[in-house]
Design a protein around this ligand. Sequence first.
Ligand code: AMP
Length: 422
Amino acid sequence: MSFTKLGLSKPILKAIQEQGYSKPTPIQKQAIPIILSKKDVLAGAQTGTGKTAGFTLPILELLGEHAGSKGKRPVRVLILTPTRELATQVHESIKEYGKYLPYTSAVIFGGVGINPQIGNLRRGVDIVVATPGRLLDHIGRRTINLSRVEFLVLDEADRMLDMGFIHDIKKILALLPKKRQSLLFSATFSNDIKKLADNLLNSPKLIEVARRNTASELVEQLVHPVDKAKKRALLSHLIKKENWKQVLVFTRTKHGANKLSGQLEKDGISSAAIHGNKSQGARTRALADFKAGSVRVLVATDIAARGIDIDQLPYVVNFELPNISEDYIHRIGRTGRAGSEGIAVSLVCVDELQYLKDIEKLIKSKIPSKVVEGFEPDPTIKPEPVKKKGNSRNRKRARSPQKDNKPTTSRSPRSRGRNNKI
Ligand code: AMP
């Protein structure tokens, strides 16, 4: 099936062709006709499935239906995302897919100056991609008017709730016209998401695409049992011996990311860390260097890595396993995309065996395990509880984020295991 059968017009088809997409992905095949028929949508899809084009293309198509209002352009499309990285990527996609259309767009997130954003909004834009905290700032300053929004998209809604944005989202929803088309995308389907969907969506069509990473043959998964103290040496050994290029490494904490990145540099492996404490400029630069190949290893925390989209990322390493099993799926979803093969390696010490069990239960399969010669775990080491990231202060912030430039990395322990997969 080709894109031409989906009801998209020439300027959009041309832009898609220039992107090199030959056929729609499963989510696109399902979502595009439904959105074009003006139905609300509840979609279970994660990053890597082509979901962004799945909602952007039909919205761009529908915008043409009554274009050309006189005077300043009102905001007609509002897309909310949990992180600035995702907001940037969605915005980039809109610019690409809409390059032969007359619409204007702006991206709004915290951690950068507000004035250029105010300038853009003042000139008038059709499409706004925003993180909730900074959008509320603009609302408070009356620098944005949402009273003429026709399309609302909540992207990665589960992550937005995890990050404590629910109150912000409710405040924003209250300002939107009742008559609009709403689309909700989420990788998981917790009770909270269902409640949000009930409030937000009008007789929605449900779209589900296979969770590509649970059963995906594209991602080869492997566990290397190793003592905690030897993890860094093992990582350097693997990168050098296997000659890995473009390795995305996950650590549980921001501090751990910085430390590991510094140690890898000392081992002669070019590396950069990205996490919520880095400035937007530093994060953008690190990602660009990594994409360009001048930085071999990018060390990231879960939140910072959300939405990172790098075509054909070949290696993902879990330097530490996440204590939230779903994060494992999000992490390994960074590799094995768009038909290319990927490998996800987890370095697991004795303290993390319970996390490994939880993950294997979630993905319903046992991950092959292989001890690397010279890095055999010492059987006399007894497990110690892994220090919880996120203290009570963080948890409080998680419930009421003031600024989205500091997304919290903690999640209420109660949310653990509550998500049902779509
Ligand atoms: P997303 O799930 O929206 O983050 O998209 C993941 C990646 O898939 C992006 O790099 C897109 O450029 C790419 N992509 C989206 N649609 C297609 C398609 N139909 N064919 C090939 N690649 C695609």
